[in-house]
Design a protein around this ligand. Structure first.
Ligand SMILES: Nc1ncnc2c1ncn2[C@@H]1O[C@H](COP(=O)(O)OP(=O)(O)OP(=O)(O)O)[C@@H](O)[C@H]1O
Ligand SMILES: [Mg+2]
Length: 374
């Protein structure tokens, strides 16, 4: 190794003291990891540090010549560990940003959400990360798969998600909930189309599929590629979130075929499919073939082994996060560790009092303002 001159040594130690000065912990942790992984040039350089709210920071990083984004992104967890918090690396155009926080995610966050404060058709609260709330538009996510071991918090997340949608006054929606455990969602029976009987499931799925065909014809006639375009032109068409808790219980092959079709073709016509399952590795995945590709978003709560995490996320992260109900890894545009909000049924019942009931009999067949055919 090349000997450093005394001047260089002094320069190095001044840099070290500067980086490690009080209040600079996050910066120091990032710099230490960079120096440890890339001891010699070319190495990534912190161009800018921006303080966000609380203990969160955004670093703008310049990758050294010959260093790839993928390689840098691969070290995300190391940076997070060094900060005793979390880290998220993103690429926007040519700029590499690192959103980091030295704060730990709390064990519990009570349900509190106002959809009108967020943009998009159907903003949903995906949980709290170390850098703040993660809110995304379900109309963009489209199909979401939720997995995690028993009692990891899957159903609670669904209760919250349904409430997010019901509280939304901007978008017109009709929610369908399949609850194969039969009791958990009964409090919603006046607000969603609730399917708890196994024999009803194929009938409802068939209705949804017929509806899908009709909608595709309406869109085609109006010369719209997807529902977003149709709504922007002034047409009316409710989004139909189809929520299935404990997907592995849905053994009926007819239902599986119908669901598969909704997953493949429903997105253009406003069908948003959200499925929860304890066992992503077993029958369910086989029944849907290339199902993972059809689920554009993934929320994986704690799983017991790396294999289940790998199946869902392509990495082992969901087996390494704390085994705390509601803690998960949300993967869509990006990947982020979250703690879902906690919505006990008692509180959900209270919130429902402020939400209009829905006539469930002609649920999916609502009168619509149609755009004239072109
Ligand atoms: N986000 C959360 N914050 C705090 N506690 C939670 C959270 N989510 C769930 N819990 C707790 O964990 C319990 C189990 O949650 P939930 O019923 O949602 O798990 P699940 O994954 O659906 O389980 P199962 O696979 O058995 O259906 C809840 O009754 C609640 O006490
Ligand atoms: Mg459950």
């Amino acid at each position: 190794m090349k000997q450093q001159s005394p001047i260089e040594e002094i320069k190095e130690s001044i840099k070290f003291i500067w980086v490690h000065r009080k209040g600079n912990d996050a910066h120091a942790a990032v710099q230490d990891v960079i120096d440890a992984i890339w001891p010699t040039a070319p190495k990534p350089k912190i161009e800018k540090k921006i303080k966000l709210s609380g203990e969160a920071y955004r670093f703008i990083i310049a990758l050294g010549a010959g260093l790839g984004y993928k390689e840098f992104k691969g070290r995300e967890q190391l940076f997070g560990d060094a900060m005793g918090g979390t880290c998220q690396i993103e690429k926007r155009g040519k700029v590499i940003t690192m959103q980091a926080s030295t704060a730990e995610i709390k064990k519990e966050y009570p349900y509190a959400f106002d959809p009108s404060k967020h943009k998009g058709y159907l903003p949903i609260h995906c949980g709290w990360s170390a850098t703040g709330e993660v809110v995304e538009d379900l109309a963009d996510i489209i199909n979401l798969i939720i997995a995690g071991h028993p009692k990891a918090g899957k159903s609670n997340f669904l209760h919250g998600l349904i409430m997010n949608i019901l509280q939304n006054k901007k978008a017109f929606t009709r929610i369908v909930v399949f609850d194969f455990k039969r009791l958990e969602y009964s409090y919603l029976k006046n607000h969603v189309l609730l399917v708890t009987q196994n024999e009803m499931a194929p009938i409802v799925f068939k209705t949804l599929n017929d509806k899908l065909d009709k909608r595709l014809a309406i869109l085609e006639a109006a010369d719209c590629v997807k529902i977003h375009e149709y709504l922007e032109k002034g047409g009316e068409m409710p989004f139909i979130p189809v929520i299935i808790d404990e997907l592995a219980e849905m053994a009926d092959e007819e239902c599986q075929t119908y669901l598969n079709r909704l997953l493949r073709l429903g997105r253009a016509a406003g069908f948003l499919v959200i499925c929860a399952t304890q066992r992503p590795s077993s029958t369910m995945m086989k029944a849907f073939g290339d199902s993972k590709a059809m689920f554009t978003g993934t929320l994986c709560f704690h799983v017991r082994d790396a294999i289940n995490s790998l199946m869902l996320l392509d990495n082992d992260r969901a087996s390494l996060i704390p085994n705390n109900p509601g803690r998960g890894v949300f993967q869509w545009d990006n990947e982020v560790e979250i703690q879902a909000m906690y919505l006990p049924v008692k509180k959900a019942r209270q919130l429902l009092k402020d939400i209009d009931r829905v006539e469930v009999m002609n649920f999916v067949e609502q009168p619509q303002k149609r755009l004239p055919p072109r």
